[in-house]
Design a protein around this ligand. Structure first.
Ligand code: SF4
Length: 723
């Protein structure tokens, strides 16, 4: 409940950064946010906040709002003119006419929507309905494609649906926590604190960390496996090979609840420990130790994130890890299970409403005619188109080919976050119309906008988000809308109604007046599905606090943990083993590009820094963009600490400060993902092509999840400052 404290008003909300989904209590004096503290009652964090969350109020200061916020609609009608402030009415009319004209001439697939895991579930829902229901295109994808789509594909292939089976409470029951392709000490700090606390209470708990870098998470592990980049599938197959050899699998569980083990066994025969240790660059002894700890423990929990997902083998990596859990029956029990951590605050909510190019509402399949008919009925439209839409990288490629002519981007910054920036920026120049719906006018993508639609943001919005453990939190606004900014869902509905009028539709399919009405329709779409929330309401979320799904009608609480009964949502009711084969990184190192470039998050920054970049104290941990190398490589290349170096991949060259780090293996280089052109240019070396690390990253995508390999590229590194 919201409270008055002296003259200050306190309202419960969530942190808008990572997928931990911490509850915050926001303090305001009615005009501005003056403080935040952790919500002691929120089950994600019980009052804790990390450096980013505890400085949230500093990102909402009025001076900053004036400087950085998009406050008024802006429009340019010709490409070479400047955008001018115009009325909402004129702006939305212009866009609606452009859409109708373009679609009449070129068809519905000539437009595309690129949205964000930072939108609320209600925003996501109406964007999806607008594209797939009203306009008739599946060209709606999201920056969650860069974040979680391999986890989605991995869960669906093995467990039958996109549902993380574990919960945060499982940290307290786990005997082994296997952290792979994740650095929660930096990227999910409050969860990491919970793991540390669980370990204090249970000293026999063991932590295994597998990562090419000795991250802060890896340093605290009982066993660190410094695997070579991209070798995760070999590692998981090798661990399962050993578990089979040493009778650490559970044949009764495999027989009763799974299918496909015979085929997998054939595949695993090749993953003998000696070969696996060589592929992964670790000792055989450590490989055996990891497999035994995992297989022998009463409860093994795996935590994973972008190190598995952002890969051209992302789906196989996810599936291979789930195989390991299924064969050893480390799933569906307290403290056991594969548990993907979400990067963004509402990547889960976006997945729930089907806000991606290849899925539809409530975890339904686009390829399933029955599922499409169900959604069409719910939405009151003739059909949902069958043709899959363009996913993130493909969408920008389609713009470059002239197939997509209008691009609507909401709450994300592809001019900084997509791989192979040169092509993305070419697409943004080439599109006939670029609409950017944003809270901040400082993002690199806004530079390319023909139309800027000012949107509300954290502390101003009402709606729901779902965190990594399937927990839905509802919150209300603390502040009123600044300037002429509108809520994201309101912008979509305003446009949809104009589009409906211009295209001759008499009855609107967007009748909503509040986010609650949108959410209620979403709730109905989940009836009978694995994520059924028909027993929930805004009222329950407000009165009883955040709840996990599923929460079907008649339930008194959500389900903590999935698959405890051994039944899986597949046609046979059995989980499926997938025969996964190790494939090396898409871009191996060679004599011209001899370094493995790895990317990742820094502790105190978030994404492209449009918010965290406004808080001075968040720069005390890392003040400028840097490439981190091993001491050995620094010495070999005669590079001194703090010197500038050119980092060159097959797609371009960027300049960074070189730093030595004891977390790095020789032959590897690490660059934080956050820095964009504003910060690169801050050192005075801005020029055409100074885009930050994504000028260098690799656009290769996973064949199933379509997620790009943002984590790895081959580069060379040369001194920029010659003596
Ligand atoms: Fe926010 Fe994530 Fe930090 Fe929690 S852990 S305060 S959600 S950034």
């Amino acid at each position: 409940a919201d409270t008055e404290k002296g003259t200050l008003k306190e309202v419960k909300a969530t942190c808008c950064y990572c997928g931990v989904g911490c509850g915050v209590i926001v303090q305001s004096d009615g005009k501005q946010v003056v403080g935040v503290r952790g919500d002691p009652d929120h089950p994600a964090n019980f009052g804790r906040l990390c450096t980013k969350g505890s400085t949230l109020h500093l990102t909402a200061r009025p001076a900053l709002q004036q400087q950085a916020r998009a406050l008024y609609p802006e429009l340019r009608t010709t490409r070479n003119s400047l955008r001018k402030q115009v009325s909402w009415d004129e702006t939305m009319d212009f866009i609606a006419r452009k859409f109708v004209g373009t679609i009449r001439e070129h068809g519905p697939d000539s437009v595309g929507f690129y949205i964000s895991g930072q939108l609320l579930t209600e925003d996501y829902y109406v964007f999806n309905k607008l594209a797939k229901g009203l306009i008739g295109t599946n060209n709606v994808d999201t920056n969650s494609r860069l974040c979680m789509s391999s986890a989605v594909a991995g869960y669906k292939q093995t467990l039958g649906t996109d549902a993380p089976p574990a919960c945060y409470e499982d940290f307290e029951h786990a005997q082994v926590i296997f952290i792979v392709g994740a650095n929660p000490a930096y990227a999910h700090p409050v969860l990491y604190r919970r793991i540390e606390e669980a370990r204090r209470k249970n000293p026999s708990m063991k932590i295994i960390a597998a990562d090419p870098r000795r991250t802060d998470t890896a340093r605290e592990a009982d066993l660190f496996l410094p695997i070579l980049p991209g070798t995760d599938v070999a590692l998981f197959n090798g661990m399962l090979h050993i578990c089979m050899q040493e009778a650490l699998i559970d044949p009764a569980y495999i027989d009763a609840h799974t299918e496909g083990f015979a085929e997998l066994k054939n595949t695993l025969a090749d993953y003998v420990p000696k070969v696996v240790a060589e592929i992964c660059g670790i000792s055989e002894e450590d490989l055996f130790r990891a497999a035994r700890w995992f297989g022998e423990s009463k409860a093994s929990l795996s935590l994973y994130c972008q190190g598995l997902n952002q890969s051209s083998s992302g789906t196989a990596k996810n599936a291979a890890l789930v195989n390991l859990h299924l064969a050893t029956h480390q799933i569906g029990r307290p403290g056991a299970g594969p548990f993907s951590l979400t990067g963004q605050p509402n990547a889960m909510g976006g997945r729930e409403v089907g806000g991606m190019a290849n899925i539809i509402s409530a975890h339904r399949e686009l390829a399933n005619p029955g599922h499409r008919a169900e959604v069409a009925r719910l939405w009151g439209v003739d059909e949902v188109p069958a043709k899959p839409g363009k996913t993130a990288v493909e969408m920008f490629e389609a713009v470059n080919r002239g197939e997509i002519k209008i691009l609507w981007i909401a709450c994300t910054n592809p001019a900084q976050s997509m791989p192979e920036q040169k092509l993305v920026r070419e697409a943004l120049k080439k599109a006939e119309l670029v609409i950017v719906q944003e809270a901040y006018k400082t993002t690199a993508t806004v530079d390319y906008a023909d139309v800027l639609l000012p949107a509300t943001t954290w502390s101003e919005k009402e709606g729901t988000v779902t965190n990594s453990e399937r927990r839905i939190t509802r919150f209300k606004p603390v502040l009123s809308k600044p300037g002429e900014a509108m809520h994201d869902w309101e912008i979509v509905i305003d446009f949809a109604r104009r589009y409906e009028r211009l295209s001759g539709r008499e009855k609107s399919i967007f009748p909503y007046k509040t986010p609650e009405e949108i959410w209620n329709e979403h709730r109905e779409s989940t009836r009978g599905r694995d994520l059924d929330i028909t027993g929930l309401s805004y009222k329950i979320l407000e009165e009883q606090g955040p709840q996990q799904w599923p929460f079907p009608e008649g339930a008194s609480s959500g389900r903590k943990r999935l698959y405890e009964d051994g039944a899986f949502p597949t046609p046979s009711g059995r989980a499926r083993f997938v025969s996964t084969v190790f494939k090396p990184v898409a871009e191996p190192v060679d004599i011209r590009y001899p370094f493995h470039m790895l990317t990742g998050r820094l502790r105190d920054q978030w994404h492209g820094m449009s918010r965290t970049g406004t808080v001075a104290q968040l720069f005390s941990h890392a003040a400028e963009p840097a490439v981190v190398l091993s001491q050995e490589d620094m010495e070999k290349s005669l590079i001194k600490q703090g010197e500038l170096v050119h980092v060159t991949s097959r797609r371009g060259t960027q300049i960074f400060t070189a730093m030595a780090g004891d977390d790095m293996r020789a032959g590897q280089a690490f660059i934080g993902m956050h820095w964009g052109e504003e910060y690169v240019s801050g050192r005075g070396y801005k020029g055409e092509g100074t885009y930050g690390v994504n000028a260098l990253t690799c656009p290769a995508i996973d064949p199933s999840s379509r997620q790009p390999e943002l984590k790895h590229a081959a580069v060379r590194i040369l001194k920029a400052e010659l003596p």
